[in-house]
Design a protein around this ligand. Structure first.
Ligand code: FMN
Length: 337
């Protein structure tokens, strides 16, 4: 545990306090964003007054994400960290999505006072264990909904127990579909890192520590995990995760394609940063969006009107701090501009 914590903490130095423009530092903050299966599917190009984010297609997840929607949402999460980080360097940031690239244009602006979302970047995490069930306050819900609304996207916060139970049913159905699919399981297990040694050496993927598990040899982990990833077990454990989370948030944006995917990723990242700033825990549960047959049913439950579509779902509540996830060395993710 100590070695995993040391490696994870070393990545999370607070943003430099002198506020001088530093694109490499902004890229570092970008890499700390949420991203699907912790694949870190991005390349950062640092070019004078802008940062370009390009998909790293070698890190696709073709089974769970055949159209690369999660990949682009992950780029959106990284872009939002850069936007928030830029504030601390007295830079305004505009995000454009065009020709297969997310471009963040930076222009000087007046220095801003210290900002809670900027401070939250290095502390944010997906907390993937049960929460304590205590309700959110009205002020917390309002702050989260506001944080999750940007560009074309918005956050629909669901606290009503009946509505939550209906959504939990969709998650359970999603688990049955996904965990019953050998290709889905193989892809997921391929991104799992069972031993601290492998997690640290690779710097990517889903480390057992982050999932609340001890470090075990990789061969043993692969053998045991098959028992846990059964459709019914997963449905039961996700049911508990939802029951102990007082609210869900669905990120909604118009249509599909790189631009709404990036907007949705940005909105989810901003919502997670706000949750972190409020001392709240959050994590994704995307089964009803990933399984194509379930997505329209989730959208109907929420009363969404086309072109609005559901893009991501998170649960929110009060939970423990968990070990942080790891990242690859920054140099591996920076491409010459
Ligand atoms: C687009 C996207 C999809 C994700 N889907 C899931 C999911 O379905 N289930 C889950 O537990 N985590 C999901 N995550 C969270 C990632 O596993 C997590 O961000 C990654 O492991 C890095 O960990 P961190 O966010 O704690 O830094 C998703 C994240 C993103 C951005």
């Amino acid at each position: 545990m100590a070695s995993h914590s040391r490696a994870a903490d070393a990545l999370r130095a607070a943003p430099a306090a002198d506020g001088a423009p530093d694109l490499r530092e902004l890229a570092r903050l970008g890499t700390l964003a949420a991203n699907s299966h912790n694949t870190q599917p991005w390349r950062f190009e640092l070019v004078q007054d802008r940062i370009r984010l390009r998909p790293d297609l070698a890190r696709r997840c073709p089974v769970v994400d055949p159209d690369d929607a999660h990949l682009w949402r992950s780029l959106g999460c990284a872009a939002e960290n850069i936007v928030q980080g830029a504030q601390g360097q007295a830079l305004a940031a505009d995000v454009l999505v065009q020709d297969g690239v997310v471009e963040i244009r930076l222009t000087p602006k007046q220095p801003a006072p210290p900002d809670a979302l900027l401070d939250a970047i290095v502390h944010r995490q997906c907390c993937k264990v049960p929460y304590d069930g205590a309700p959110l306050t009205g002020a917390e819900v309002a702050a989260l909904a506001e944080a999750g609304t940007l560009a074309g996207a918005r956050a629909e916060v669901v606290s009503d127990p009946t509505q939550k139970a209906r959504i939990a049913e969709l998650v359970a159905e999603g688990n049955r579909a996904q965990m019953g699919d050998p290709a889905f399981r193989a892809e997921l297990i391929g991104w799992m890192r069972f031993s601290d040694r492998t997690a640290i050496a690779r710097g990517d993927g889903l480390a057992g520590r982050v999932l609340g598990l001890p470090s075990v040899p990789d061969w043993l982990g692969r053998r045991i995990v098959g028992l846990f990833l059964s459709p019914e077990r997963q449905a039961k454990s996700d049911r508990r995760l939802i029951d102990t989370s007082p609210a869900l948030a669905v990120i909604v944006a118009p249509g599909d394609g790189p631009a709404p995917w990036v907007d949705a990723g940005r909105a989810s990242q901003r919502l997670q940063l706000q949750a972190t700033a409020l001392g709240l825990a959050s994590a994704f549960l995307n089964q009803p969006i990933e399984v194509p047959a379930l997505r329209p049913r989730l959208e109907a439950l929420l009363g969404l009107v086309p072109p609005e579509r559901a893009h991501l779902m998170l649960r929110l509540g009060r939970g423990p701090r968990q070990p942080y996830s790891l990242r690859r060395p920054l140099a591996e993710m920076i491409a010459p501009g």
